[in-house]
Each structure stands twice: as structure tokens, then as C-alpha cells.
Design a protein around this ligand. Structure first.
Ligand code: 5AD
Ligand code: SF4
Length: 433
């Protein structure tokens, strides 16, 4: 989502003459787009701002050039004035729902005197309606934000407070943005939302659509070759979405479906509003319609009150599902969330031990899954050059990164590759067609 937002900020600043740069020392404006989900990400912002202060000072002292520093995203939303108090060299603070106003804010900065501008409203207007329609170059695989915010209020999570209430973009604006992307060469679209499968909208004849129906509609666009979506909540995995996995060839056989914990007691304390059995039932239904679907999840270890038994339940669930990949985190206490005031916080060393056993199991599953792909042939969308000379990079239908030798002219095209070797985090392959 932040990658998408950064692109849209770039679009909004383009009419003012700003372009993405690669050298911090030469930048006229530096925008950091921040994440507030865990304390570590959030604190990093302040250390980064310390570094940027020096960049700004040097430009002023050595070149008499004023560098504008912008803090955007969810830390901006949550901390607001605290940012300009701790880092007075920041010029603009802008939240995730107001970045369309960035050009106005830049124009309002006093060219001589230092002033700060803070805009972290939840505005009545929709940013999507005020962003330029010109999407710039997005590459063969692009993101398209269809839904934002969250009303689920998991007890550990800041998203409902930083991103605001759940909101779905209209069918029309989504299809228009998809067309714009496709006409500029995009072949794969990943639909984005904090709760992407909570997306809903009105179809052309006034009937209610869910994400599954939207995927069926997108699949009808001939030049679009693949569709993905992320991130989903188990409560919103409805029949139509499951049947899209059965019927839409362009929908890739991969699903990121976070469960967070395998213990019903902890799931309840997390306010997830489903049990481990409910989740397993969804997985069974998905696998019955799309046998090869690869699964991924998010896990939190050390949620307040998590016992050894609760943690063992999480390991058991992982064993049952067999994941192709996963993200896992130590519980991080977030100010203002219900879980932060719970008494039974788990000691840091226990969290670390649990995280390392959990990751050991998940890494083993990921490697085993990658191994099953050896000698398999895939059609892959070539996305970019790989760091190693002469190599290209793509993703398999199951979302693994795959590397192979090939000419740059293949970027943006579909190549048929045969996997030669599985690694922990990627595959090596050869082009066969
Ligand atoms: N502590 C640790 N992990 C968290 N996540 C969200 N909030 C927290 C928190 N307070 C994780 C969840 C979520 C992912 C995006 O980040 O696993 O699915
Ligand atoms: Fe956060 Fe996801 Fe829960 Fe919403 S559903 S509160 S974004 S973890």
C-alpha cells in the first residue's frame, strides 16, 4: 500500500516539475512515506530524520539550496505535531488520506522563513478524486488500490486509527484506472486494500458487487494477463471470491490470508472474530476448487497472555496448512490499541524464542514448497533486470521470485521457464520459450 501511495504522491507532484531522483544529496524535496504498524518501523522514522537533517544542512550551507522534507504516511497521521516538535527541520507532515493536497502544501511553504505545515485530516473529499489521472510509468506488474482503511479493530492494530474507516472505491474508477494501467503496458494488476476482500461496490446495472465479481470483470480485459489481490481477512472470504479462484485463469493461484495465531483463546483476545477451525475450513474450500493454491499468512507471537500451549496451537495450525511463505512478527505494543493496556505482556526473550521457532518451521515449509517446484515449467511475466548481470527476474504464479538468464527485451513479456534449482527465498530457472 505504501509503494502505491508513494507512486501516487509522485504523480501528484509531477505537474509541479518534480521527478523521482536517485541521489539524496541532489534532491530538492525528500519525502519519507512511513509505517506505524510496529514500534520498530515507527522509531526508524526519527533516526532517518536525523540523517536527513544533515543532508538539509549541507545543502543550505554549501549550496545555499533549501531542501524540503516531507513526512507522509501513518506515522505522520499518528504523531502529527510530535514530528515537527522532535524534528523541527521537517517542512510538511501529511497523512495517508491527504497526500493529494501535497502540491498545495508545497506551494504554501514560505520560501524565506521556515514554517511547518501539517495536514492529517480525514477529509470529506476522496484523495482518489483529486489525484492526476496520468499514472506515469508503472511497469509490467502494478498495484491498484481498491479499498482502504479498516473497521475490524483487531485489538493489536493501529490501522483503523491511522488509515481510518473502511472505504471502497467505485467500480467505475477502478476499471478506469485498470484501463489506464493496461494502456501503458501493465500486464499484471495486484488489487490492494488493508481489507481488500471487504471491497464492495455497485455494478453498472446497480447490483452489489464484491471483490470476486470485480475480479471476474477485470479478467474480461483482454490485455490484462494476471490478477492478484492483497491483503484479505478470513471473515470476508465469500463464495464468489472462492469461485473466482476456481474459474478465473488470470487470477493467480496464491492467497495471502493472515490468521495471526492458531489459538482460539488468543484469536478471541485479538478480536479476530473467527476460530482456527473457521480458517481451516476456508483453506479446505479454496483447495477443493484450486488444488494447487499456494498459501501465505501473517503471524504474531507473544500477544499479551499467550501461553506455551497457545503458541503450540499456532505451530500445529502451521503444520496443518503447509504454507508457501509467511510473515511473522513479535507482538509490538501500540499506543491507543486495546491490547496495549493488557496486563499479561509476554517477556521479550519469550517472544524472541517463539519467533525463532516459528520462523524455523515456516522457513522449512517455504523451502519444501520451493523444492516441489524444481523441474516445473511456468509462464512468468518478466518484470525487471535482476541484480546479477544478464539475469532477469519474474514471479511465478505462486509468487516466488524466479531468476534466469535472458535478454532485457523480454521485460514486460511472458516467458516460459523451467525451474532448475530451488533456494530458500527464490528459484533459479532457464528459459525454454
Ligand atoms: N504487533 C505485531 N505485529 C502487528 N501487525 C499488526 N499490528 C501488529 C502489532 N501491534 C502485523 C499483523 C498484520 C501485519 C500487517 O502486521 O500480522 O497482519
Ligand atoms: Fe489491522 Fe488487518 Fe485487523 Fe484491520 S483486519 S485491524 S488492518 S490486522
Amino acid at each position: 500500500m505504501n509503494v502505491y501511495d508513494s507512486d501516487r504522491m509522485k504523480d501528484s507532484l509531477a505537474p509541479l516539475g518534480y521527478q523521482e531522483g536517485s541521489d539524496l544529496q541532489e534532491a530538492d524535496m525528500i519525502v519519507i512515506n512511513t509505517c506505524h504498524i510496529r514500534e520498530k518501523a515507527s522509531e526508524k522514522v526519527f533516526s532517518e530524520l536525523g540523517r536527513l537533517r544533515k543532508v538539509k544542512q549541507r545543502a543550505e550551507q554549501e549550496q545555499n539550496r533549501r531542501v524540503k522534507i516531507v513526512v507522509a504516511g501513518c506515522v505522520a497521521q499518528a504523531e502529527g505535531e510530535e514530528i515537527t516538535r522532535r524534528a523541527p527541520w521537517v517542512d510538511i507532515v501529511v497523512g495517508p488520506q491527504t497526500y493529494h493536497r501535497l502540491p498545495d502544501l508545497v506551494a504554501k511553504l514560505d520560501p524565506v522563513q521556515r514554517n511547518h505545515l501539517i495536514d492529517i485530516e480525514f477529509p470529506p473529499e476522496l484523495k482518489f478524486d483529486f489525484l492526476p489521472e496520468n499514472l506515469g510509468q508503472r511497469g509490467p506488474a502494478a498495484f491498484l488500490s481498491v479499498q482502504e482503511g479498516c473497521d475490524k479493530f483487531c485489538s493489536f492494530c493501529v490501522v483503523p486509527y491511522t488509515r481510518g474507516a473502511e472505504f471502497s472505491r467505485s467500480v467505475e474508477t477502478i476499471l478506469d484506472e485498470a484501463k489506464t494501467l493496461i494502456s501503458s503496458g501493465t500486464k499484471e494488476i495486484t488489487l490492494l486494500g488493508q481489507n481488500v476482500n471487504a471491497w464492495h461496490g455497485l455494478g453498472p446495472s446497480g447490483n452489489e458487487w464484491g471483490l470476486g465479481r470485480l475480479i471476474f470483470a477485470l479478467a474480461e480485459m483482454p490485455e490484462l494477463q494476471r490478477i492478484r489481490y492483497t491483503t484479505s481477512h478470513p471473515l470476508d472470504m465469500d463464495e464468489e471470491l472462492i469461485s473466482a479462484h476456481a474459474q478465473v485463469d488470470k487470477l493467480m493461484p496464491y492467497l495471502h490470508l493472515p490468521i495471526q495465531s492458531g489459538s482460539d483463546r488468543i484469536l478471541q483476545a485479538m478480536n479476530r472474530r473467527h476460530t482456527a477451525a473457521d480458517y481451516l475450513n476456508i483453506i479446505d474450500r479454496l483447495r477443493s476448487v484450486r488444488t494447487d493454491i499456494a498459501l501465505s499468512s501473517d503471524f504474531i507471537v507473544g500477544f499479551p497472555g499467550e501461553t506455551d500451549k497457545d503458541f503450540a496451537d499456532t505451530l500445529k495450525l502451521i503444520d496443518k496448512v503447509g504454507y508457501a511463505s509467511a510473515y511473522s512478527f513479535k507482538y509490538s505494543m501500540r499506543p491507543g490499541t486495546p491490547a496495549a493496556s493488557k496486563f499479561l505482556q509476554v517477556p521479550e526473550e519469550v517472544k524472541s524464542d517463539r519467533l525463532s521457532s516459528l520462523q524455523q518451521l515456516l522457513d522449512a515449509q517455504q523451502f519444501a514448497f520451493n523444492k516441489t517446484c524444481e523441474s516445473m515449467k511456468f509462464d512468468v511475466l518478466v518484470e525487471q533486470k535482476a541484480p546479477r548481470k544478464g539475469q532477469l527476474n519474474a514471479r511465478t504464479p505462486y509468487m516466488q521470485s524466479v531468476y534466469f538468464d535472458g535478454p532485457e527485451s523480454l521485460i514486460g513479456k511472458i516467458a516460459r521457464v523451467k525451474v532448475s534449482q530451488a533456494r530458500n527465498n527464490s528459484l533459479s530457472a532457464e528459459i525454454i520459450q
